[in-house]
Design a protein around this ligand. Structure first.
Ligand SMILES: [Ca+2]
Ligand SMILES: [Ca+2]
Ligand SMILES: [Ca+2]
Ligand SMILES: [Ca+2]
Length: 228
């Protein structure tokens, strides 16, 4: 019994330490993306949670629990840079699909835990075009992606050079950026210092209930009871 008590006391001290320490997100990409199966999230099991993918092909951002600060759905047109497969053909072009165009230096996607039940543990986006860059090489430029937790703390950051020197819907340069964070991701901020007409597509977000988290919650309850 004494051994059990010692083990439990050690475990409880560990729980308090773990719960009190901020964790950073795991990052994914930038990686090539011409169709949904290129997503690193496509191999994950979201059973018991949820997964939503917005490809904008119905002309609207309307998947559950996601909204945007800035930007608008665009396409089809000779300059639309949708994910390649969205128009039915993987042919190096996304002109006949729909994308989401920034219309500014920043674009933020925000997730609602009230609608979703839980903040997503996985969030990703495909950067499809950098637009008319200035003070830089035409159609090639630095992009920045930030992930924030429910407290507004930055938990992940990826920056990379994206673009193929064209703005007319070519897809070889399209890149996936993603984050995984067990504590939840409340928003995704995209920043382009050198362009205002850049495009993204395939906003995707999911929640995986983690057995480790559930076990930790159970242990936390035991610890709280012991402290009373
Ligand atoms: Ca839609
Ligand atoms: Ca295509
Ligand atoms: Ca699309
Ligand atoms: Ca492109």
């Amino acid at each position: 019994m004494e051994t059990v008590r010692t083990l439990l006391a050690t475990a409880c001290a560990g729980v308090i330490f773990f719960v009190g320490s901020a964790a950073s997100a795991q990052t994914f990409g930038p990686s090539t993306y011409v169709q949904t199966s290129n997503s690193p999230f496509s191999v994950l099991d979201f059973t018991g949670g949820y997964f939503h993918l917005e490809d904008f092909e119905d002309g609207a951002l309307n998947t559950p629990g996601a909204s945007a600060l800035g930007g608008v759905v665009a396409g089809p047109s000779n300059f639309t840079d949708s994910v390649d497969a969205d128009d039915g053909f993987i042919d190096g072009l996304g002109r006949n699909g729909h994308s989401y165009i920034a219309n500014g230096f920043e674009l933020e996607f925000v997730f609602s835990d009230a609608v979703l039940g839980n903040y997503p543990t996985h969030v990703g986006i495909v950067w499809t075009d950098v637009g008319n860059t200035f003070g830089d090489i035409f159609g090639v430029s630095l992009v920045e992606v930030f992930a924030f937790d429910p407290d507004g703390v930055t938990i992940g950051f990826i920056s990379s050079t994206v673009g193929d020197g064209r703005i007319d819907g070519t897809t070889a340069d399209d890149r996936f950026f993603g984050f995984e964070h067990a504590g939840g991701i409340a928003s995704l901020l995209l920043v382009m210092p050198n362009s205002q007409d850049w495009e993204v597509d395939h906003l995707q977000y999911g929640y995986v209930p983690e057995p480790a988290t559930l076990a930790l919650l159970g242990l936390s309850v035991v610890c709280l009871r012991r402290r009373r």
